[in-house]
Design a protein around this ligand. Structure first.
Ligand code: GLN
Length: 447
């Protein structure tokens, strides 16, 4: 709580539950004394403002959900509480998880604790900074196209996006439902593994969730001298937007792996240029449908300026949503419109399948794909806000795993100019989180 107080200027938390957390801590102490404490006893956690936490505020960084309170706990949140974690606050984020810099929040910007003139990344910027600045040990965010991995890289911490469907989405505000994953931020692989093992698994409230058994990730963090076959996609290292220092960093990691007896080979991925357009067509389409529920009737904000049913819908949505969200709803509505559906939405669905097949093909032959997490280190506020395309390029390397549904992690890999953190990304095959986390732990120790 003292750290949170000292770091208030970072704007990482929109609400702090000080008394509640102290009360929960007392109860956990008693349980520890009685030997009945859960797996996460006393672990201090914050939640991105897109996760339902019963009787607590929930706004997705938006004014359209002003004063809204959750009526239930999302499955992941419930599982945290059941294992005696202490939820200490709610994290600022880009509105409806749309953004790469946390500049799209109606609660204002989140500042990167390493350099306050720079963004923390997005959309889970508040979650990343809360962990970065020791306001909590773990934070849950959401990753639709990179929103956990990219801010983790910008803040110098670990960010895991599990396989699509590994964690129930019940109680996660929807952005692009066929992409959305709850993700985990931490500083230690062991903490991330433990939380993953607690919150994963089947759930009667999410029909898309996987019923595969959940391994004890936290107990298998050792690679036991195993030698891995790792691929890197040639095109990722030759793409135009990639900063030289990040390229050098990936090459340095590759060299280290080779020196330690692992095989690292370059593979071709000619579809690289199609991933970002596919992601933005499909997620905006899904968002336009998902966000139609915010209409001034059922939840949150209703415009006081409306004088008819139609104007109530229009005014509430026009006044309640911010610019980025409106832009994406319009784009999504356009790609789903009768005359463009085949040209955009259907085409993108087909390309999505090709991207997944080609990614899986690589993972049939290799244990992992290694890639930069981001093309640059944390940029300055305003640097990309006038040019949406340059902002969308921040997701160049994270969207492959999202479009393909694959698990991926960003781990810290030293720093670049200005002492800014660099993240390296590792992608594994479906449901191979166990191997992915063990390899991450190994890579971190090699550093
Ligand atoms: N930055 C990407 C976007 O703006 C990813 C967001 C996310 O993963 N939620 O869509």
């Amino acid at each position: 709580l003292t750290n949170i107080q000292d770091k208030q200027h970072l704007n990482a938390l929109v609400e702090v539950y000080a008394n509640e957390a102290k009360q929960a801590a007392k109860e956990v102490d008693t349980k520890i004394a009685n030997g009945t404490a859960g797996k996460l006893a006393g672990m201090v956690i914050t939640l991105k403002d897109v996760l339902c936490h019963k009787d607590h505020g929930l706004q997705a960084g938006s004014q359209i959900l002003k004063d809204f309170h959750s009526q239930f706990n999302g499955t992941a949140v419930q599982k945290l509480i059941d294992e005696d974690a202490i939820i200490i606050g709610r994290n600022n984020c880009d509105e409806f998880a749309m953004g790469s810099s946390n500049e799209n929040s109606s609660f204002g910007n989140v500042l990167n604790d390493i350099d306050n003139e720079r963004v923390p990344g997005g959309s889970s910027g508040g979650s990343a900074v809360a962990v970065q600045a020791d306001m909590c040990l773990i934070s849950l965010g959401s990753d639709t196209g990179g929103s956990v991995r990219q801010p983790a890289a910008f803040c110098g911490i670990i960010g895991l996006k599990p396989t699509y469907s590994r964690i129930s989405r019940h109680g996660l505000i929807a952005y692009g439902s066929s992409f959305d994953c709850i993700g985990i931020f931490g500083k230690e692989t062991a903490d991330v593994a433990l939380v993953l093992e607690v919150i994963s698994g089947s759930d009667e409230y999410d029909s898309t969730v996987s019923h595969l058994q959940v391994p004890e990730y936290s107990k298998s963090l050792d690679v036991n001298d195993k030698k891995f076959k790792v691929a890197y996609i040639k095109e990722t290292l030759t793409s135009e937007g990639l900063d030289q220092e990040i390229k050098d960093n990936v090459e340095y990691q590759i060299g280290k792996l080779e020196a330690n007896g692992h095989t690292v080979e370059s593979v071709d991925f000619p579809l690289l240029d199609y991933i970002l357009p596919t992601y933005y067509i499909l997620t905006t389409a899904e968002a336009s449908s998902n966000l139609s529920r915010f209409d001034g009737v059922k939840y949150g904000y209703r415009s006081p300026n409306a004088h008819s049913l139609e104007s109530m819908y229009k005014q509430s949505r026009s006044e309640g949503f911010g610019d980025e969200v409106k832009k994406r709803i319009m784009l999504g509505t356009f790609v789903l419109s009768a005359s463009y559906y085949d040209a955009y939405y259907n085409k993108a669905q087909k390309v999505r399948r090709l991207i997944r097949d080609a990614s899986k093909e690589i993972l049939n032959q290799y244990d992992f794909i290694i890639a930069p997490t981001t093309p640059t280190t944390a940029f300055k506020f305003g640097e990309h806000s006038t040019d949406p395309l340059s902002m969308y390029l921040a997701d160049l390397y994270t969207v492959q795993a999202s479009v393909s549904g694959l698990p991926a992690i960003s781990i810290p890999s030293g720093t670049g100019k200005g002492n800014l953190p660099i993240g390296i990304q590792v992608i594994a095959d479906d449901f191979e989180e166990e191997k992915l986390l063990a390899f991450s732990e190994y890579l971190l120790k090699l550093n």
